[in-house]
Design a protein around this ligand. Structure first.
Ligand code: TRP
Ligand code: SF4
Length: 327
């Protein structure tokens, strides 16, 4: 089996966009690849170092959602970046061979600096973001990385870095390639792309009442005021949910909306319930995992131990290639 490595920054509770944009693929890829999935908690520090105390809870909530949703920790190691001491070692070694211009020109880092308005406050760690990400992938010799388009520059960086290392010290690392999977854009309750930073998210763990409440406040086709007004589903973000969560009713809803046979209030309530019901198994597993607070940390500890076999080997081999294996 080919090997995948991928991480997610700990952002806490997952929303529908996180699920359809990444987690769903991660779960499916476990069937075909040997997967190394981890929580990139050091990466969270690159932009939010002052909020370091929030990371712990965000790790817990995210891992809880991963495992409740069916990410299988028995099949392959699922671990915590900061528990793997070999990752920062590889990061340090890489930092010696990375030319500064590679860091300064990285468009994803530039975007982060602009979006977060950091300018003079750009830390050494943030500039080194792609170096750390390369270490994450290469420490387990990841060959494929499922990522979104925004992460492509980081991946290109990892490939160049692997090539540079191999050129200097001898063929060793694979050049990791991206895996693109169909990831729909899920709109948030304000009609913009769902994202925690916009506070427009619907969480997997939202209660039935909250889901109904959030969806009922969404803006639909503004020209549809009464039930029998003809509507335009193509400009309604509630309608996009039918495409993702209730495909078989999509056509019917479209017709009824256009013909003025369907009211928005009912339309919203129906899809809210559909979405809620989709996560029945998730809630059951979650209740079980939540019984004991230690369960999640135990699973991660187990994953760390499994991953360690690979990360230790890599560092040993890297040091040997570099002639640093004194003893
Ligand atoms: N940078 C990624 C993100 O923001 C998270 C990440 C960290 C990652 N290390 C990685 C993704 C290694 C893939 C591989 O989403
Ligand atoms: Fe949107 Fe449904 Fe209202 Fe049509 S009836 S505008 S699809 S919410």
């Amino acid at each position: 089996m080919k090997r995948i490595a991928s991480g997610m920054r700990p952002t806490g509770k997952l929303h529908l966009g996180n699920y359809f944009g990444a987690l769903k693929n991660w779960i499916e890829l476990q069937d075909e690849y040997e997967c190394f999935y981890f929580i990139a908690d050091y990466h969270a520090l690159t932009t939010k170092f002052e909020a370091s105390k929030e990371i712990r809870n965000n790790i817990y909530e995210m891992a809880l959602d991963w495992f409740s949703m069916g990410l299988d920790y028995n099949r392959s190691p699922i671990y915590l970046q900061s528990s793997m001491i070999e990752i920062p070692i590889l990061h340090l070694i890489f930092s010696m061979i990375v030319p500064m211009p590679w860091l300064e020109r990285n468009p994803t880092v530039k975007e982060m600096i602009r979006d977060l308005d950091l300018k003079e406050n750009v830390g050494y760690g943030l500039l080194g973001y792609p170096v750390l990400q390369s270490a994450d992938i290469l420490i387990v010799k990841g060959e494929y990385v499922p990522v979104g388009k925004d992460q492509l520059p980081h991946l290109e960086f990892a490939r160049e870095l692997a090539r540079r290392f191999n050129y200097i010290y001898g063929e060793y690392f694979p050049e990791p390639e991206p895996i693109f999977t169909e990831t729909p854009i899920i709109y948030g309750t304000d009609g913009k792309k769902m994202s925690k930073s916009l506070n427009n998210q619907i969480n997997l763990s939202d209660s039935k009442e909250i889901m109904i409440e959030k969806i009922s406040q969404m803006v639909t086709d503004p020209s549809k005021i009464r039930k029998n007004d003809p509507g335009h589903p193509d400009i309604c973000s509630v309608f996009t949910y039918y495409g993702y969560f209730d495909k078989k009713n999509e056509e019917n809803v479209k017709k009824e909306c256009q013909n003025g046979e369907r009211g928005c209030v009912q339309c919203k309530k129906e899809i809210a319930l559909k979405i809620y019901n989709m996560f029945e198994d998730y809630r059951e597993k979650k209740t079980e995992l939540e019984k004991d607070k230690d369960t999640i940390w135990d699973i991660l500890r187990e994953g760390n131990k499994k991953a360690e076999k690979f990360t230790k080997e890599t560092i040993e081999e890297v040091k040997k290639l570099m002639g640093l294996n004194y003893k």
